[in-house]
Design a binder for this molecule. Structure first.
Ligand SMILES: [Zn+2]
Length: 91
């Protein structure tokens, strides 16, 4: 059961006080804040779901690029040195 916070009239239909001619929703700011919070939470959870569905592109940092280049250089160096040693042993 709902009552008008202004005049105490029982609200039988909807959220409108016939005596005050006012929407009693406007007289309950706490409910409004709560509903706003709920909406924000819903939006936040929805955004989280969207983020889950969309796989984020793997971020490659500059550090990782440097590490990759160094690894590549080391591998190339090993191959080149190995080839050189092979040629030396081969005569
Ligand atoms: Zn009223």
């Amino acid at each position: 059961m709902m009552y008008c916070q202004e005049c105490g009239t029982e609200i039988k239909e909807g959220n409108f006080c016939k005596k005050c001619n006012k929407d009693i929703k406007l007289k309950t700011p706490n409910n409004k804040i709560n509903s706003n919070k709920e909406i924000k939470n819903k939006l936040a959870s929805r955004r989280k779901e969207v983020n889950k569905n969309l796989k984020p592109a793997p971020k490659i940092t500059r550090k990782e690029i440097i590490i990759a280049v160094v690894c590549l250089l080391v591998l190339v160096g090993i191959v080149v040195l190995g080839g050189a040693f092979f040629q030396i042993f081969k005569g």
